[in-house]
Design a protein around this ligand. Structure first.
Ligand code: ADP
Ligand code: MG
Length: 377
């Protein structure tokens, strides 16, 4: 059902992704209720209504049903049952069942393999016994806990069966996946929107650099050939189609030589799509509002080239606690500062980002110069 502006939308999750959803919804004249147990949550602070409750709190979900026309999420680990519960009474995108698949690495990788979508070699470890029959060619690998990992958390490098057994113990023998380490030439991602009637629009491919498992920076459009661009877009669309997905989703890819593997699927807007806020006609958050309200989805293309750098708590805390020198960013033409309103800057915590815009191709010298500014904050 098309939902007109002025109506109330619900966002499950109050992080920075939810905060940008609130901003996009407000821009288009909607009101937003945010559900997040944290009273200081970045999205809750700017929402029309902030329900400070757990994601499975029945009273809070009932409150959403009686006050909101539609609900979505920004948080991968939202209980699928909460989305299903809401869906009995109001419009919910994405569907709880799509979220259930991608919020667990075992289900996610199995889904990809079953649908013949290329994925790196992996082995499922539900219990210690599953370690005995591990193929040797998975080493060196990375052990990843199946649920609740993010920003490289819940992952350990593995070089042999002994270190695998030790790491599995350290993860309290919770279900895990062992992935073969892929030799990476590039990492890219595709953020797309799929409408309820099945139309898919992809933002330009983003090229991502991770440091210590956390996204450091994104160049968009990615510096890749046309065939690779077509292949990753087709694969991302295939993922959306096979999941019967409605809403905004991101697909992360590894590029290794001539091979392309899907790494992860996110059932929500994505950090690597933050460049779309400043550089695209419709941002990933605008698209999230549009898909949720069943309005036509917007133009995903970029009007500028962009380079985005994440600002972690490190910029405040290292080498010793200080306020970053913001004038260095403000002094620079076309460098936009974004901060998420988080009070406590911790090392490794995402606090904000900066996006540089240009009409020209952004080359490595320019990237080095921008990184130097960021490092000197
Ligand atoms: P998260 O949920 O923390 O984003 P990912 O599985 O995407 O977890 O891993 C974070 C980063 O770690 C990846 O973007 C990539 O840089 C690196 N990484 C993860 N798995 C592999 C792998 N199998 N081979 C090589 N690098 C990997
Ligand atoms: Mg990832």
């Amino acid at each position: 059902m098309i939902i007109a502006p002025k109506k109330m939308l619900a966002m499950l999750g109050g992080g920075q992704l939810g905060r940008y959803f609130v901003m996009s919804a407000h821009k288009m004249g909607y009101k937003v209720t945010v559900l997040d147990p944290d009273p200081q949550s970045p999205a809750g602070r700017i929402a029309d209504v902030h329900l400070c409750s757990a994601y499975d709190d029945k009273n809070a979900l009932d409150e959403i049903i009686s006050t909101c026309e539609a609900a979505t999420t920004e948080f991968e680990n939202i209980p699928a049952d909460s989305l299903n519960y809401l869906k009995q009474k109001i419009q919910v995108y994405p569907d709880g069942e799509s979220v259930r698949v991608v919020q667990n690495r075992i289900r996610e990788k199995t889904f990809l393999r079953e649908n013949a979508i290329p994925v790196g070699k992996f082995h499922i470890i539900n219990e210690e016994q599953d370690i005995t029959n591990i193929p040797e060619d998975l080493f060196p690998g990375i052990l990843k806990i199946a649920e609740f990992g993010y920003d490289g958390k819940g992952q350990k490098p593995i070089d042999c069966k002994t270190s695998l057994t030790k790491a599995f113990d350290e993860f309290q023998k919770k279900p895990c996946i062992l992935e073969k380490r892929v030799s990476l030439d590039k990492e890219v991602s595709v953020v797309l929107a799929r409408s309820a009637d099945g139309l898919i629009k992809c933002h330009p491919v983003a090229e991502n650099v991770h440091v210590n498992g956390i996204l450091d920076s994104t160049l968009a459009p990615a510096n890749i050939d046309q065939l690779t661009e077509k292949n990753v877009n087709d694969l991302a669309k295939m993922v959306a189609l096979k999941l019967n997905y409605v809403g905004v989703m991101a697909v992360e890819f590894f590029i290794s030589g001539r091979e392309i593997f899907v790494n992860e699927i996110a059932p929500r807007p994505h950090n690597s799509g933050h460049y779309t806020i400043d550089a695209c006609y419709s941002s990933q958050f605008d698209q999230q509002v549009r898909t949720l309200t069943e309005m036509p989805i917007g133009n995903p293309m970029n009007h500028s080239n962009a380079f985005m750098i994440n600002l972690l708590g490190d910029s405040w805390e290292l080498p010793s606690p200080h306020e970053p020198e913001w004038t260095k960013i403000m002094d620079e033409n076309n460098f936009n500062l974004h901060l998420y309103g988080k009070e406590e800057p911790r090392v490794g915590r995402k606090m904000g980002h900066v996006t540089f815009l240009s009409n020209e191709t952004i080359n490595q010298d320019e990237i080095d110069r921008l990184q130097k500014i960021k490092k000197s904050l």
